[in-house]
Write a protein that binds this ligand. Structure first.
Ligand code: SAM
Length: 480
């Protein structure tokens, strides 16, 4: 009986045995990519780590580059995103409820299922390499179990499995979409509620959440140019006049990004920051002087706003409650001493009320609009989180309204489309004393050329329609 052979390491491959074929069995070399993927999945599971943060460090420490690094990345992201689908399939292939399978064993099984059902890795290679991984990290006994389960998984392709395990759409639409597109059922419900419409739209949105986003750059005005980014290999962005898309390569290798003159920023974030900067405000003697970013960390929007503010001779005050995130904001805007970063609670204003021309409250939220960016986050979030965040979101918007001068504008922003975090917050705060003297501005006019902006006056962007995160923006102008 032959033992499994790690894919790509066939003993017959050129340069393998150099013609002197040895008949003694050689244990396959440890598979660095799968081992790295397994270690990241364990960190996500055991320590609540973020795959996006753990993986790059681990690849660096293990000096993994090129194909190994690309495979490890694909395995980690794909396995985490598709975990719901794979769990439903594995549930049919093991002899006990999936919840009773040891988490490390389940991680190996999911890694195997991902290779078998969603990659072009040949079946025999996917099974043998995953069993070899299991032998190394789980031991021989459990490797046999992994082998047996993966053989069952490999009997069907993904479409056939989904027909088998997902409830029929007509009987249970949310349950069907939840299994087919690997989102928790409550998230499917919340996204659908926010998006409206029929099956086509929500399917397109859920599918977009499973696609890794393009790396988008922003050329901060007055500091870098699109031409500089194009010269470094980037291509034009879709909507934002400051955006460029990097089709491949490390953005950190681009001098403008390294120097902070440009940054990595989703086009949705660029668009909402520019909308705030371009929103009409009532003129004041001496022109605009002060802008406020109430929830600034890690500094993406602050970095862009600071560049625009500098061009207009305006100073930006950036507030962030957490020290380490405030440090990141300092990195983003500290190049100009006209701008200031303070570590403070934005709900306890340490500034005079009614003095800022423009204010942004990019409040902490569930992040349901950025699921494609953080592969594990959909499984971490709970419906209760939405309710728990509500009071802080309302307080921060209230503080933002209190900070703006008459004729000035406030941007309320979330990277979640959940209605309870978007419209409901704005409506509630407008109905309180804090909202007196404010009107909603039609924000759509501040997104020139952008299609599918809905009925307004607020704007909701969508991954499947705009290729951006699902950013939400409501613009409120102080009338008195
Ligand atoms: C959605 S993020 C902001 C993203 C940021 N505007 C950007 O574009 O990079 C929300 C931020 O608000 C911060 N935050 C949470 N509660 C806060 C509070 N009470 N006051 C100020 N900042 C707060 C969080 O630490 C987090 O950094």
């Amino acid at each position: 009986m032959t033992r499994p052979v790690t894919p790509g390491r066939s003993p017959r491959s050129p340069g393998g045995s150099g013609g002197k074929a040895s008949r003694t069995y050689r244990r396959p070399k440890p598979d660095a990519a799968r081992r790295a993927a397994f270690d990241v999945l364990r960190a996500v599971d055991e320590r609540d780590a973020y795959a996006n943060l753990v993986l790059p460090g681990l690849l660096r420490d293990r000096r993994m580059t090129g194909r190994d690094a690309a495979l490890a990345t694909e395995l980690v992201h794909g396995t985490l995103r598709r975990q719901g689908t794979y769990d439903a399939i594995l549930d049919r292939c093991v002899d006990r409820p999936i919840g009773e399978v040891d988490p490390p064993v389940l991680d190996v099984l999911c890694l195997g299922a991902h290779q078998l059902l969603s990659t072009r890795i040949p079946t025999h290679a996917a099974v043998s390499a995953t069993v070899e991984l299991a032998r190394g990290v789980l031991g021989d006994g459990r490797a046999k179990f992994v082998n047996a389960v993966l053989r069952k998984v490999s009997a069907r392709d993904l479409g056939e499995w989904l027909d088998e395990v997902a409830p029929p759409y007509d009987e249970d639409a949310e349950g069907h979409l939840s299994v087919v597109h690997s989102h928790p059922r409550w998230v499917v419900g919340a996204l659908w509620d926010a998006l409206g419409g029929g099956r086509e739209g929500i399917e397109a949105l859920l599918a977009a959440d499973n696609e890794p986003p393009a790396v988008t750059l922003v050329a901060r005005p007055g500091r870098s140019t699109l031409d500089e980014l194009y010269a470094a290999g980037a291509e034009p962005g879709r909507w934002s006049p400051l955006a460029a898309v990097l089709p491949e390569g490390d953005p950190g290798a681009i001098a403008a990004v390294r120097d902070g003159r440009a940054g990595v920023q989703d086009e949705g974030s660029q668009l909402v920051a520019q909308a705030l900067a371009e929103a009409p405000v009532a003129p004041v003697d001496g022109g605009e002087r002060r802008w406020l970013d109430l929830c600034a960390g890690p500094g993406g929007k602050a970095g862009l706003l600071a560049a625009i503010a500098t061009q207009r001779d305006v100073s930006l005050l950036a507030v962030e409650r957490r020290h380490h995130r405030a440090r990141l904001v300092r990195n983003a805007i500290g190049w100009n001493t006209n701008h200031q970063v303070v570590t403070a609670d934005g709900t306890q204003p340490a500034w005079e009320p009614g003095v800022f021309d423009r204010v942004i409250a990019d409040v902490p939220c569930s992040g349901l609009g950025a699921l494609r960016r953080r592969p594990e986050s959909r499984w971490r979030r709970r419906p209760e989180d939405i309710a728990e965040l509500g009071p802080l979101q309302r307080q921060l918007l209230g503080t933002a309204l209190g900070a703006v001068r008459p004729g000035g504008v406030v941007a309320y922003v979330t990277c979640s489309p959940h209605k309870a975090e978007t419209r409901a917050v704005v409506d509630d705060v407008l109905a309180t004393e804090a909202g007196e003297g404010f009107e909603l501005v039609d924000a759509r006019e501040l997104f020139p050329g952008v299609t599918d902006l809905g009925a307004g006056p607020d704007v909701q962007l969508w991954p499947h329609l705009h290729g951006t995160d699902a950013m939400y923006l409501a613009l409120l102008r102080r009338t008195v």
